[in-house]
Design a binder for this molecule. Structure first.
Ligand code: DWN
Length: 409
């Protein structure tokens, strides 16, 4: 079954003239954590294309969503970092409405909807394609439709929550192939004054911080405000306002309203993407990949046991781009039950419980978006000499510590 199609035109504005700005060597699907007795999955090429018209970066290769999401191991983090983010998002929502009903598209295990119920939102409904996550949400009493967000699902949910005050879509829009169908399905769900909050990684953050590990097959698009503004032109919706948050390495939340809403339109933030941004991104990204490869090989060569911290999708990108095997990264610790006992995509690197970190001398933090919280958790290990590497900050003091380590070997 050919589970991959190639993009022919920009997802937002339809421009057929897209140009390649970044690529990684063929890599496994970033969340394809397999059991030891299962065959190693396919690798797929990964090419990032750029639209000069609407400033949307997007993958050329689209993997069938059924392959990606039928059974999905990523669960919304229960971390303090995520809870703080939910609270800031809720404070912003309250400046617009006190919702009595909410729908979440891509509701995962229902954690966000549970949070909203705790805030007094009494009618909630999720839409989640992954069977395993749908079951988790239903067990927690969160009404959920087990489906991709298509027209049929929108019609069903519209029946469950007819007057919907709030629609939330957190880190799902980057996964959407047909942007225009998504907006049409929003049109089924949203009432005249419904507030729509779409949260997704912000392209400017990704470029500024050279976040190469955002590039994997689930992330079909890397959006700018401009690209969304052009998407919504000639639709019943507009961007009402934009807010920025540090979560997941830098995200924007686009608050969207219907064009006939009573709410006044607000000026959008200024956004500038330098013409050489992608050349700079390539230079920094490949320097980080080479730097991490050198660092890990030097540490392993000097007898250190190097592990990974956080079996994130990002970890799969680093491991694939660096060509690491279980000789380099002995294991990856993680708190997610669905990932423990499995192997990192495309490798034989085992995912083990967090307490196994005690066996490691060094850990590459592939959940750097939770770095402060993880550093706090690892304080005793670090005080005993454990070294935590953030692959995005080679110049960090951890690197200087390592430099001292090298000088000893
Ligand atoms: O867009 C997406 C983002 C929002 O989430 C999805 N495509 C997939 C996913 O990306 P990710 O897997 O890179 O997400 P996280 O949340 O950065 O992954 C963190 C990993 O680290 C999880 O597997 C949980 C783990 N973890 C841990 O073991 N101990 C996390 C924390 C905070 C910890 O203390």
């Amino acid at each position: 079954m050919n589970s991959i199609t190639l993009l022919k035109a920009c997802r937002a504005c339809g421009n057929p003239h897209l140009r390649k700005v970044f690529s990684l060597p063929p890599m496994p699907l970033a969340n394809s954590f397999r059991l030891p007795d299962e065959p190693i999955g396919r690798k797929f090429p990964l090419t990032v294309l750029w639209c000069d018209e609407c400033h949307l970066a997007q993958l050329r290769e689209t993997v069938d969503p059924e392959v990606l999401y039928a059974n999905y191991p990523y669960v919304t983090s229960a971390s303090q970092t995520m809870l703080r983010h939910f609270e800031s998002l809720w404070s912003e929502i309250k400046t617009e409405c006190i919702p009595e009903s909410a729908i979440e598209i891509g509701s995962n295990d229902g954690r966000m909807l549970q949070f909203l119920k705790g805030k007094g939102v009494d009618r909630v409904c999720g839409i989640e394609p992954a069977e395993n996550l749908f079951s988790l949400a239903m067990k927690e009493g969160i009404t959920t439709i087990n489906s991709l967000f298509d027209k049929h699902a929108a019609e069903i949910v519209h029946g469950v929550v007819p007057r919907c005050d709030l629609i939330v879509a957190r880190h799902v829009f980057a996964h959407v192939d047909d942007w225009h169908a998504f907006v049409k399905n929003l049109d089924v769900l949203a009432g005249k004054e419904t507030l729509i909050a779409i949260e997704l990684p912000y392209l400017v953050d990704m470029l500024e911080k050279a976040e190469l590990d955002q590039c994997y097959h689930e992330h079909l698009s890397y959006a700018s405000i401009r690209s969304f503004w052009m998407l919504l032109e000639h639709t019943p919706f507009h961007i009402h306002k934009v807010k920025f948050y540090p979560i997941h390495g830098g995200a924007m939340v686009l608050f969207i309203r219907r064009n006939d809403s009573e709410w006044a339109r607000l000026p959008l933030p200024y956004e500038f993407i330098h013409p050489t941004a992608w050349e700079d991104f390539n230079v920094r990204a490949w320097r980080r990949i080479e730097d991490l490869k050198l660092k890990v090989h030097a540490l392993v060569g000097s007898g250190k046991l190097v592990a990974g911290y956080g079996a994130s999708a990002k970890s799969s990108v680093w491991i694939s781009a660096c060509g690491f095997t279980s000789e380099d990264i002995r294991f990856i610790v993680d708190s997610t039950p669905q990932k423990i006992g499995r192997l990192s995509p495309g490798t034989c690197i085992p995912i083990v419980p967090e307490e196994e970190i005690e066996k490691a001398d060094v850990a590459v933090c592939c959940a750097w978006n939770f770095l402060l919280e993880i550093k706090e958790k690892l304080k005793p290990w670090i005080e005993k000499g454990g070294i935590l590497i953030n692959p995005h900050h080679p110049e960090s003091n951890v690197a200087q510590t390592l430099a001292k380590e090298y000088s000893k070997t």
